[in-house]
Structures are given as C-alpha cells and as structure tokens.
Design a protein around this ligand. Sequence first.
Ligand code: HEM
Length: 458
Amino acid sequence: MLGEFPHRDLHKLAKQHGPIMHIRLGLVPTIVVSSPQAAELFLKTHDLVFASRPPQEAAKHISYNQAGMAFSEYGSYWRNVRKMCTLELLSNLKVNSFRAMRKEEIGLFIDFIREAARDGVAVDLSAKVSSLNADMTCRMVFGKKFEDSEFDERGFRDVIQEVFKLSSTPNLGNYIPQIAKFDLQGLTKKMKKASKVFDNFFEKIIDAHIQCRDSNNSEGRTKDFVDVMLSFMGSQESEYRIERSNIKAIILDMLSASIDSASTTVDWALAELIKNPNIMEKVQKELETKVGIERMVEESDLESLDYLNMVVKETLRLHPAGPLLIPHASMGDCIINDFHIPKNAHIIINAWAIGRDPHAWTEPEKFIPERFIGSDVDVRGRDFQLLPFGSGRRGCPGIQLGLTVVRLVLAQLVHSFDWELPNGMLPADLDMTEEFGLTVPRAKHLLAIPTYRLVHKW
Ligand code: HEM
C-alpha cells in the first residue's frame, strides 16, 4: 500500500478517506492525521495522550535502547532529558555562544566557493552544505570537527549515512513485534555493527573530555555539549542526573537531528530560488539594501531579512525535512471526532500533506513566499497549517538553532554569489524529485556554477 514516497501515498489516501484515517500496518493500529484542524486535536487539545513514542527496532539497537530524547517514551526520564537539553544545550544563550564558530566555518566555506567561482567550475552544493553543517554540528557537540580518517576506515559521514538509512528502512519488527527477533531483513545485525562503531568513537570522545577537564585545560573556551552533559554526570544534587550511556544516546540524537535537517532545508531553498529567478532576485535585492555588497551577512542581520525569512517558511511548507514528523504513540484510549483511538496506537502526522491543504493555502503547490506578507503564520508550532517542526510537548527543541543555521547559510550563499546551472541547463529543468529517508532531500545533488558578487578584496 505504501510505496517509495509514503507521505505522498498517505496524502492520496487521506483525500479519499478523510483527515483522520485508521490503517493497520502489520499488527499495529496506525492513525494518520492530515489536516490542520485534526493536527490541532492531536498535538494541542489531547497533546498529553499522544506525547509518547512507539517502540522502534532502530531506537533499540542504535539509540541505546531509546535512552536519548527523540525516541524515548513519555515519562519522567524523557521530561528530565528534554529539560536539560532545552535549558543547557539548545537555549538561545547557548546557540548564540557558538556564533563565532559558525562565522569561522562559514568563512572557510565561502572561501572554497570563491575559488570555484574564480576557476568557473560547478560546486556540488548539496555535498558542501551538508559537510559544512556536519562540521558545525561536530564543533558544537564535541568541540572539534573530525577528518573522516579519525573515525573509522569508512569515514564519519559514510557511517552516519548508513545509520540514517538503516533507521529509515521499514522494519518488519516494528509492525509485527513477535518476529523482530528473527531479523528476517538482516537489519538488526547491520544496526548492531554500525552502532558499535559509534559507541567506540563516543567512548573515546568522552574519555578525552574527562581528561581535559581533569587537567584544567578547558578553561576559557566555550563549553561544548559533551562538557555540559559531563557536568551533570553522576551528580546527586542535580535533577538531571545522567550516566555515560545517556550521554552517548543524547549525542547521537543531537547529531542525527541536526546534521541532515538543516542542510536538506537549505538545499531545497536553493533549488527553489534557482528554479524561480525572480524570487532569487528579490532575495538578493533585500540583502543588497539591508546588508550591502561590501560585506558578508552577519547573524545579527537575520532578523531584518523579512523576505528571506518568508522564503525559508515557504520552503519548510512545501519541503518539510521530516514530512511525517517522528511517530507519536497514544498512552491511553481516546475519542477524537467520534473516532476511538486505542492505547498504543501509532500516530503519524502528515506535515507534508498539511502544508498542501487547499482549505488552508491558495495555490498550495506553487512556491510563493509573498503569501506570508501581512500574515503572522509561523513555523514554530503555534499555527497548525504549518508544522515543519511539529508542535506541543514533542515539538522540535532545536528550532532556534535549525532556523539560525538555515537562514545564515542560505543568506550567505545568495548574497555572496550568483548561481548558474551547469551544461546550459535551464532553471525550469531542475529535477525536484525527492528521496524518502529519515529526512527527505532532493534525490539528485544540486550542482551550480558560482559568480562572486560582493565588492570585497580577494
Ligand atoms: C531545519 C531544521 C530542523 C527541522 C525541520 C526539525 C524538525 C523536527 C521534527 C519534525 C521533529 C519531530 C516533532 C514531532 O514528532 O512532533 C523534531 C524533533 C526533534 N528535533 Fe528537530 N528539526 C530541526 C533541527 C533540529 C536541531 C538543530 C536539533 C538539535 C541539535 C533538533 C533536535 C530535535 C530533537 C531532540 C527532537 C525530538 C524531540 C522529542 O522527541 O522530545 N532538531 N525536529
């Protein structure tokens, strides 16, 4: 029933069967929610009932038996981890403390593209943006970035991509739990192998941080996420008492939640801008007026870039990085609009379909950032017609960081360069086919030739 693109197949089914749909995936009752009004009932009115996560084979074998935040069941453990992450790792203050690091990494990234511009060669923007985001994430989480060779003979990105792929492959054990132990698809074996690689790596990182802390070598530098979590390890007084395995699970959550989501969003936004040259021109005009072509964009400019922010909202409406959010689970029986939702049902919120609901959006398939002029509809989970970060108790705690990175990288790329497709390809011919996985990026890498446009010495 569900093919290569489950969000599209479920959208089609919802058109026939309505915005609250009951389907059975294996033995598991699954409720699919596909309209803003229905999403509000599940994520606001009855948020507490649906604030848990279903057991998942991938979370069991990769994510330390659901000991992180994203896949953990609702309860006091999840509440404490979420509170610790929100207050100590993802607060505005903490996000801002990494400003200088982001500036440095983006500077290196822009230098690389300037060289490509000088040589007139195409840049693989998808690969470059993804590795920029991986470097920034590693510096924030571990305090340093890694050469692939330091990780495993296959390299950091390869192993992490393999983990993402294994986690997003439909696993029979999730739907017929009784057969999970037979590992009919061979996924458990592969997951255990990949997670061993990560575990060894995380162990070394934690040891190195402990050594550094004990030798007082860490004074004066911004504390990375591992430093912060170590300060709560084993502490009796703190309400966030966590152990080594929890730290490893949370590190993995932060890496997997952050690495692909922001770069996928930047990639879609750039593709839409290249496909719609009149919109690209408007973004560049705004940047010329508000920033000026004598300098690069600074994070402090972002708030004033109204049109760019509309482009980001429109990108997240049409191309939410996680089109089906992360599955929720019901903690008790509940009646919604006369539907009986049983305890332990899986709840899928189709944010991709909701962003295309014709009752909420005019010309929903078209990329029109101007639709947000004079509207206060926002992406932060208050407006149920636009849910790229989910909403309620399980809504994304990394919104501030995610939006900062997306806006900054996008603004920098379109302010510093004009972009042309290679081999005489026309913007209208750009392939927008998706690839379904943990996130949904464009299937083909975006290649484009840059021309430097700032008045800035080389
Ligand atoms: C453009 C960037 C991002 C997008 C589009 C995005 C989207 C999402 C979505 C759709 C969810 C699931 C919400 C639900 O199930 O209701 C989620 C959860 C989550 N996100 Fe993000 N995210 C982004 C960036 C980040 C970043 C940078 C971090 C942290 C470093 C992060 C950490 C998390 C975590 C930990 C959860 C699980 C929360 C829980 O289960 O309690 N996200 N995100």
